[in-house]
Design a protein around this ligand. Structure first.
Ligand code: 8DG
Length: 175
């Protein structure tokens, strides 16, 4: 069924065992390599029938500037992952959101991204505010979910974009 907000649990819309495993994984990675948990949002125009995906162009650091990503950022020490996501979306875009399902990465966990970090990402729909590139970005763009590849995404985000597209189009196993 199309739609990306089947309410299953309050955190990620996935069975509780999945998020428990992901948390264990994060602790292991953090201890081993100073990598961090990054939380992000695949902001779509509609959680039931998403047709557009919001991408953000990084303005820093120089090595990443000009490449596109999902809005979000690092979870601070002791911070809840969803609190961190809401904080980042407010700081970076000036919006509040309704969260949809988590987008499961390899083995149902988090996605490997740059610098050994791990990204946990949810579908989201803006409920308050008009998104603007307030911090860390210098441009925003709504991309058609049918073909969201018209911008140079950060390389590790490409599999995530494929998953977002497949799930969002109700066609998880076609990509
Ligand atoms: N926000 C975000 N970061 C991503 C994505 N893909 C990806 O590889 N990353 C990497 C880039 C960075 O190394 C790291 C996130 O760092 P960040 O600079 O956005 O975090 P932050 O807003 O908390 O900022 P700071 O604490 O580093 O100043 O994750 C993505 O789609 N969104």
């Amino acid at each position: 069924m199309p739609g990306v907000h089947t309410p299953v649990d309050k955190h990620c819309g996935q069975p509780a065992t999945v998020s428990v495993q992901a948390r264990r994984y994060d602790r292991g990675v953090t201890a081993a390599s100073h990598s961090r948990l990054v939380v992000a949002a695949a902001i779509v125009d509609d959680l039931d029938r998403p047709a557009q995906l919001l991408a953000a162009r990084r303005s820093a650091p120089k090595s990443l500037a000009g490449q596109w990503e999902f809005a979000g950022g690092k979870v601070e020490e002791g911070e809840d992952d969803l609190d961190a996501l809401r904080r980042e979306l407010d700081e970076e875009l000036g919006v509040s959101v309704e969260l949809g399902d988590r987008i499961p990465g390899p083995a149902g966990g988090d996605w490997p991204i740059l610098h050994g970090h791990a990204m946990r990402i949810w579908f989201a729909r803006i409920t308050d505010g008009t998104p603007e590139p307030l911090a860390d970005h210098d441009a925003l763009r709504w991309l058609p979910l049918e073909n969201p590849f018209d911008v140079p995404w950060l390389e590790p985000d490409l599999p995530v974009v494929h998953a977002v597209r497949a799930i969002g189009r109700g066609n998880e196993f076609s990509d």
